[in-house]
Structures are given as C-alpha cells and as structure tokens.
Design a protein around this ligand. Structure first.
Ligand SMILES: *[C@@H]1O[C@H](CO)[C@@H](O)[C@H](O)[C@H]1NC(C)=O
Ligand SMILES: *[C@@H]1O[C@H](CO)[C@@H](O)[C@H](O)[C@H]1NC(C)=O
Length: 219
C-alpha cells in the first residue's frame, strides 16, 4: 500500500532540508578552515617579515661616531684673556654602510669645571663623512677666562696649572648630524654634543695620560 502523498512530500521535504543543513554545515566548516589557514599564513608572513626587519636593523643600525683627543695645548698659560687653546680631535665613523652628514657649524668650548675658559668655531664645519673613515676636527680658541673677576675659579685654575695638573673639558657641539643609509634613506637631523676630559701640565701641554682619551658623545 503506497504511503499517503502528503507523507511522501513531507519526507522529500525533510530530505531536502537535511541536505541543505548538511550543505550549510559543510560550507561553514570550509569557511572556518579557510579562515584559520589564512590566519596562520598571515601570522607566518608577519613573523618572517618582523625577523627580517630586525636582522636588517641590526646590520644597518647607525653607530655614533667615535671621538678621541689627538692633541691639545694651552699657550700663554695664566689664562688672563690673552692666551690661546689649540686642539685636534680625531673623529671616526665606525659604520660599515652608513655615511654621516654634519650640517652647519661646529662650535667648541673649553671649561674649567663650570667656568668658561675659551670658545670659538671648530673646523671643518658642514661636511660629509663616508663609511669607515676618520677625519680630524681642529680649532684654535681665544682664551677668555676664568677671569680674575671670578676669584674662586681663577685661584683654583692658577693653582692647578702651577701644580702641573689642570683638569679641563673640551666640548664640541655639532648643530645637525644625519645618517645616510644606502644613499637613499636619511635619518632626521639631531644635535650632537661631544665632551673630552683632559689634563694639562704646567707647560700648557697635554699630559701623556690624556693623549688619545676617548670622548663622550650625546645625541
Ligand atoms: C690633526 O691631527 C692629524 C693627525 O694627527 C693631522 O693630520 C692634522 O694635520 C692635524 N690638524 C691640525 C689642524 O693640526
Ligand atoms: C661603504 O659603503 C658602500 C655602500 O654600502 C660599500 O660599497 C663600501 O664597500 C663601503 N666602504 C667600506 C670601506 O666599507
């Protein structure tokens, strides 16, 4: 006896909706698998790119130039405003692939603790230093102090000079320093300060222990 038509129709409808449910579920799980694969691939790409960038940065990261004091002398010691201070500082660019631009003026000043002893321009000013090269920065400054108007500083300056161990600090200020990577990328411009602590003997010359002193630098 054949089943009633409406039952058949219901059964067929039930079968169709089951098929549709299965199709839905299959499509949903396909989408899920696709999404998670895509996510994994994206994560892997991001990770690899990050590691590659980090390695490139390690290799290309700019190192600050290195400064050492080559020579220094104070003439007309006594410092009563008529002497001169001559210096020569060696400047090494240690970067294998990075050149350094020094834009604008180079200023030098000489201090005895806080008292200004001399100041003036240093040379060269405004140049490009290629990778792995060394240049000399030199200058002759007019001595302006410490003046007898500053009795405490003046007294200890004279006493230290007579004792043959005068501590001075030479400061260089570069108005703008930029790094050049692979002739395409330029870093932003930064001011750079260099400080060299030195000891001068009674004759105004650098004590042997101060020759080749390395200087601190701040960007
Ligand atoms: C500075 O020192 C270097 C090497 O010691 C020398 O070649 C250069 O001529 C000196 N510069 C000045 C201005 O004295
Ligand atoms: C300076 O950098 C250039 C370009 O990166 C390179 O070809 C050259 O060999 C480097 N010079 C030195 C002395 O390392």
């Amino acid at each position: 006896m054949p089943p009633p038509p409406q039952t058949e129709t219901a059964a067929a409808g039930g079968g169709r909706s089951r098929a549709r449910r299965i199709a839905h579920r299959t499509r949903d799980s396909c989408v899920a698998v696709f999404c998670s694969t895509l996510c994994s691939v994206l994560l892997a790409v991001i990770l690899v790119a990050g590691v590659a960038l980090f390695v490139a940065w390690l290799g290309l990261r700019p190192h600050r130039p290195r400064f050492t004091l080559s020579s220094f002398s104070l003439s007309g010691p006594g410092g009563q405003g008529q002497g001169q201070a001559a210096f020569n500082v060696s400047d090494r660019n240690p970067n294998r692939h990075i050149g350094i631009y020094y834009d604008g003026a180079t200023r030098a000043s000489l201090r005895f603790y806080d008292a200004l002893v001399a100041s003036g321009p240093a040379f060269p000013a405004g140049w490009y230093q290629p990778n792995m090269t060394t240049i000399s920065i030199a200058g002759v400054l007019d001595v302006v102090g410490p003046t007898p108007a500053d009795p405490a500083a003046w007294h200890s300056f004279s006493a230290a000079l007579h004792a043959g161990r005068l501590p001075l600090r030479l400061e260089l200020v570069f108005s703008g320093v930029r790094f050049r990577v692979a002739s395409v990328f330029h870093s932003g411009r930064q001011r750079m300060h260099v400080k060299c602590d030195l000891l001068v003997g009674a004759d105004g010359n650098l004590l042997r222990e101060s020759v080749g002193t390395s200087c601190d630098r701040y960007l």
